[in-house]
Design a protein around this ligand. Structure first.
Ligand code: ASP
Length: 281
């Protein structure tokens, strides 16, 4: 709660000072990537080989510009590399070795893969691998408690621009090379002129249902409110325990529905609202 509160305060203060939604999303996600409590950057979950492969994306709803990286292993802050893909290339998504080489060209801060290790996440990997050995299941998403913790930020700035950024280590024990929803624009992350959305949960489900973009489509094409659209995806389209989303619309409405037991989240606005929650209100 303290870590979320700190990140939330940073975002709120920078928006109040007039910073852009895009800059704020990147800055907030960087703070969360550097915090070992979350499954992004330091504290990222381990894949089946006991290594980290990180995914991240960022989108500026005011320009529809976006960038993403998948399967990076030595980039300290994947969200910033995603932003460089957006600003310095004509592409949207770079993966693996190509993304690493691009990081070298851009002089982005690098770390050994072990920089992201935490004892807590290693413990969860052990449990997942033991469970697999016991049941004979070779892969599949890890539903164990503590397997989640992807980070994301959505923001609306003083000029009404919307942005979203998301960063993750993926799912514990994931097959190496597996890419989830987080770096896929429209699935785990999306922003346009109407909404900004960042998702967490079983990535495969968010990919199948293009969750982040579907929320925008429901608002813009079906005339639903942000709350109705986000609830429809989280409570009807997705299955119980799949995950949740955080989202903001152009009027500044904030929602954070989830269908898991809890979801670490913080919501703040310029009217003085400032709340950090884990479980249902
Ligand atoms: N959505 C992420 C993924 O599937 C994981 C998470 O949100 O915890 O890679």
């Amino acid at each position: 709660e303290a870590a979320i509160g700190k990140a939330l305060q940073l975002g709120r203060d920078r928006l109040a000072a007039g910073d852009s939604a895009l800059d704020v999303c990147e800055a907030v996600v960087r703070v969360l990537e550097d915090d070992p409590h979350f499954n992004a950057g330091v504290g990222a979950v381990f894949n089946e080989k006991g290594e980290h492969e990180l995914d991240a994306s960022i989108m500026d709803g005011s320009t529809m510009q976006c960038g993403a990286v998948a399967g990076v292993r030595t980039v300290k802050n994947p969200v910033s590399l995603a932003r460089l893909v957006m600003t310095k290339t004509s592409h949207v998504l770079l993966m693996g070795d190509g993304a690493e080489q691009f990081a070298t060209l851009q002089n982005v801060e690098r770390v050994p893969n072990t920089h992201f290790d935490t004892e807590h996440r290693r413990q969860i990997l052990e449990e997942v691998l033991q469970e697999r050995a016991r049941t004979g299941r070779l892969d599949g998403p890890a539903q164990q408690a503590g397997a989640y913790g992807t980070v994301g930020c959505v923001a609306r700035d003083r000029q009404g621009r919307l942005a979203a950024a998301t960063s993750t280590g993926g799912l514990t024990g994931k097959r190496w090379g597996r890419v989830g929803d987080t770096p896929v624009i429209g699935a785990g992350n999306y922003a346009d002129g109407a909404v900004a959305v960042s998702c967490t949960g079983t990535g495969e489900q968010f990919l199948r249902h293009a969750v982040a973009h579907s929320i925008s489509a429901r608002v813009q094409l079906a005339g639903e409110t942000l709350a109705q659209a986000a609830d429809a995806l989280v409570r009807r389209t997705l299955k119980p325990d799949d995950g949740g989303v955080i989202a903001v619309d152009r009027a500044g409405n904030l929602v954070a529905p989830f269908n898991t037991e809890g979801m670490y989240r913080g919501l703040a606005d310029s009217n003085g609202r400032f709340v950090v929650r884990i479980f249902e209100d």
